[in-house]
Every structure is written in C-alpha cells, then in structure tokens.
Design a binder for this molecule. Structure first.
Ligand code: DQA
Length: 145
C-alpha cells in the first residue's frame, strides 16, 4: 500500500476560526477527516502532520525519506519564505504535491511566489478541501517508488 505523508503548515490548525471568509468555516479536525476518508477510498495509507514551526516541518520531510512514497504539503505562510522546506523536499526527492485552500495567484503580491512550487510536481490552488483529495489522487496514481 502506498504511504503518503500529509503536511500542514502554520495556522492551519486554526481552520474554522481563521479568516473563515477565505479559508471556510470547517475546522482542522474536519480537514483531517476529509483527508482520511479520501485515503481510505483510494486505498492509500496517510499520516497527518501539522506544525507551526519551520524546523519541525523540515524534520518531518527528512524523516519521510525511506518511509513514505509521496508528500502532500500545504506549507501555508512558509510557501512564500522557506528555502529550508524547498531544500528538504529536493533532498528527499519524493513525489510531492503542493496544495493551497485559497488561490494564492489572486491574493496579495507576496503570496504569488512559492518556493515549494520550484520542486513540487503539481500545485493545486483555490479548491478548498477538494484540493487535498485531488493531490492524494495524483500521488496514489504514481508508480510505486
Ligand atoms: C495557504 C495560503 C498561504 O498564503 C497562507 O499563508 C496560508 C494558507 C492556503 O492554504 O491557501 O496560511 O497556504
């Protein structure tokens, strides 16, 4: 069974509370349920990780090497700032999908650039929770690595 690590970055634990007009009314627990039920339907094993700390996300990516077949990541604000997360993704070289709840291309200018996009094989934006399902479908369909 394919193993996928799902990483959510800073403030995504505050979904529901956080700017609901942008990110929706559903909370992080609902996002976890959505991802796990999608994984079950696809027949993939998913582990969920959320952190507000850049280094902890780098550690999780490093630990995915040899343990997971792919990474689905919403780096949140670190999308736009983190060379360290980009370098970790390049180092472990696992198939990676970047996902954003909102469409970062139509928001403030500082959100338009993504370091993670320089490595990710696919970027999904502006589809809310469905972006996570789409990312899982993509990773589930890749040849085993
Ligand atoms: C986000 C977009 C980022 O710009 C923002 O900092 C987030 C969430 C999204 O899912 O739309 O925290 O990654």
């Amino acid at each position: 069974m394919k193993k996928i690590l799902v990483i959510n970055g800073p403030n995504l634990n505050l979904l529901g509370l956080r700017e609901p007009s942008l990110y929706g009314a559903k909370d992080y627990a609902a996002l976890k349920e959505h991802i796990l039920s999608c994984a079950e339907k696809l027949g993939v094993y998913v582990e969920l990780f959320q952190s507000n700390h850049e280094g902890a996300i780098v550690d999780a990516i490093q630990e995915a090497y040899g343990n997971f077949n792919g990474i689905l990541i919403n780096p949140a604000a670190y999308t736009h700032t983190s060379v360290a997360i980009l370098d970790a993704l390049k180092a472990v070289a696992l198939p990676t999908v970047e996902v954003h709840l909102t469409d970062i291309s139509t928001r403030e200018d500082f959100r338009k650039f993504s370091f993670v996009s320089l490595y990710a094989q696919k970027t999904i934006c502006g589809k809310g929770f469905d972006g996570y399902s789409e990312g899982l479908i993509f990773l589930a369909g890749l040849e085993a690595v």
